[in-house]
Design a protein around this ligand. Structure first.
Ligand SMILES: Cc1cc2nc3c(=O)[nH]c(=O)nc-3n(C[C@H](O)[C@H](O)[C@H](O)COP(=O)(O)OP(=O)(O)OC[C@H]3O[C@@H](n4cnc5c(N)ncnc54)[C@H](O)[C@@H]3O)c2cc1C
Length: 494
């Protein structure tokens, strides 16, 4: 054992050997050992988790990933696959004891192929979402998944977290957009699954196993992704109403009338007020505040399609006649449409400026969501006096970000240590009682692992455990994430 003083990390002989071999075989760029260069990659985006790693391995192609995984297996060195490190659940942060090396896919950033005939793109794991969008745009197509971290999030991370974002309503999550995967498995074999077969009934769907696998079952090296026609025109509206029930009824009216709606995001009055207070340059699109608001985006993808503005006006007129909302503003320019979106995209920042809060990325059946949002918020306020609960986000997907703010004046450190875990457990209990999920789109990572273990239905947990044991018996792929510890304790005892 030697001590790496700068990063306070103990380097095991296996790690030292692996790094030495990688440097010798693949060159200086393939292994980063400078602690200053490692530092940004050992903590998570939200700054909640700090890990340690004596090196980042950065292969340039699939053959290098394969060689690294084989040698890591022989030397018993755990690996933490990492893309843009934007995980919201500490999923890409290495363990704090420095026992693992980071395996960064960021150097693998080639678009291998883009086919207009098939409407598919084959992108390597390190391609950044913004760059994927640009490549699709340049070809007159669109990759229809977007999220706030698009300037950093990579294809490998998006696949491995089954990312969602703001267009799930029309195009689904990554599960629907991934047509094929290439990955290196824990045993060192390369899974060649890039060919996008519409029909393939050779048993289990391994692509789907790797999607949302959080790097625990395989290192994704490339993916074949679906493209859709580019947007030819769009219309964005901001609608003020009295209740989430009305919002859902309005969504149903839109769904009955058009397939153009891509986003349907709900924003409560208190969250909107926080944006207006804390985010410079924002203003309420309506003349007064309403208890609830929705941002609706409709897009046309063909010049001969009905204009999204006409669709928006027609459906909103029908909704207004049915008494589903009080007021609405339709953006009259791209700049105004962007202003409406800016409010939605600033919600997390505004909530952060308000003070300590605990966030929950949850889903319940869409028809239950309006009731859940109102009743759960009231129950929280009664159970934890002084707290304020606020739910906003992807109503159309049955997924909201349920934030519970600490009482005004609460000591942040004390509240986070003592109250936040109780609040979170309470929220999750309510979600499970409603048949929902404690992770709608961010994954489990290290943040929700204990909660998954506490609440996961036994059949789900035993399948999770059985698959992990079968594919990664030495637990070398992303240890400490997603899969509860008992998987291995149980194995040791059996
Ligand atoms: C501002 C912001 C907004 C966000 N908005 C959304 C949103 O609207 N919807 C949503 O779903 N998510 C959202 N996210 C979180 C989202 O999950 C991530 O942004 C993204 O999917 C992760 O990509 P990444 O390359 O950063 O992966 P990382 O953070 O590096 O890794 C995420 C997980 O994937 C694994 N992983 C990464 N690369 C690979 C690979 N090549 N092979 C195997 N495993 C791998 C890691 O081990 C880790 O478990 C947001 C995050 C931020 C910071």
């Amino acid at each position: 054992m030697e001590r790496n003083n700068a990063s306070e990390t103990t380097v095991t002989p296996g790690q030292a050997q692996l790094v030495e071999e990688v440097l010798a075989r693949f060159g200086k760029a393939a292994a980063i050992v400078d602690p200053d260069m490692i530092a940004p990659w050992i903590r998570d985006w939200r700054g909640r988790y700090w890990g340690a790693a004596p090196a980042i391995l950065a292969p340039e192609n699939t053959a290098e990933v394969e060689a690294i995984v084989i040698r890591a297996g022989e030397l018993g060195v755990p690996l933490v696959p990492q893309g843009g490190n934007t995980s919201m659940v500490g999923g890409a942060t290495p363990p704090a004891d420095g026992s693992a090396l980071i395996l960064s896919l960021r150097r693998m950033k080639r678009i291998r192929e883009l086919s207009l005939e098939d409407n598919k793109v084959v992108a390597e794991a390190g391609v950044i979402l913004d760059d994927l969008h640009a490549a699709a745009d340049a070809a007159g197509r669109r990759f229809p998944l977007s999220l706030g971290a698009r300037g950093s999030a990579t294809v490998g991370g998006l696949v491995s977290t089954n990312a969602g974002g703001t267009q799930v309503l029309r195009f689904g999550t990554m599960r629907r957009l991934v047509a094929g995967i290439e990955a290196v498995l824990p045993n060192g074999q390369v899974y060649h699954g890039l060919s996008a077969l519409k029909k393939d009934n050779r048993g289990y769907d391994f692509n789907q196993l790797l999607i949302g696998g959080e790097g625990t079952l395989g290192v994704v090296t490339a993916a074949t992704l679906e493209l859709v026609p580019a947007v030819t025109d769009r219309c964005v509206a901001w609608v003020g109403m009295s209740s989430p029930e009305e919002a859902l009824r309005l969504l149903r009216v839109f769904e009955a009338e058009t397939t153009q709606v891509e986003s349907f995001e709900i924003v409560p009055e208190d969250s909107l007020s926080l944006v207006l207070k804390h985010i410079p340059g924002t203003r309420n699109p309506l003349s007064r505040l309403h208890p609830w608001n929705v941002l609706i985006e409709a897009c046309a993808t063909s010049p001969i399609a009905e204009s999204p503005r006409t669709v928006m006006e027609r459906v909103l007129a029908a909704g207004f006649d049915d008494g589903l909302f009080d007021d609405a503003a339709i953006a009259t320019s791209e700049a105004q449409a962007n202003d409406f979106w800016r409010i939605r995209e600033s919600l997390s920042e505004a909530e952060k400026a308000r003070g300590p809060a605990t966030q929950h990325d949850i889903s319940v059946a869409i028809n239950l969501m309006p009731k859940f949002m109102v009743e759960a918020a009231a129950e929280l306020a009664a159970r934890f006096p002084g707290t304020e609960a606020s739910a906003f986000g992807h109503l159309g997907d049955g997924n909201v970000h349920f934030h519970v703010r600490a009482p005004v004046g609460a000591d942040p450190a004390k509240w986070y240590a003592e109250q936040a875990p109780l609040v979170t457990a309470y929220v999750h209990d309510l979600v499970v009682a409603s048949g929902g999920s404690i992770s709608a789109e961010h994954g489990i990572g290290q943040m929700k692992r204990e909660e998954l273990e506490r609440l996961g239905p036994p059949a789900r947990l035993s399948m999770l455990s059985a698959i992990k044991r079968a594919m990664d018996p030495a637990q070398l792929f992303n240890p400490g994430k997603l899969v509860p510890d008992w998987t291995y304790n149980d194995q040791a005892n059996s």
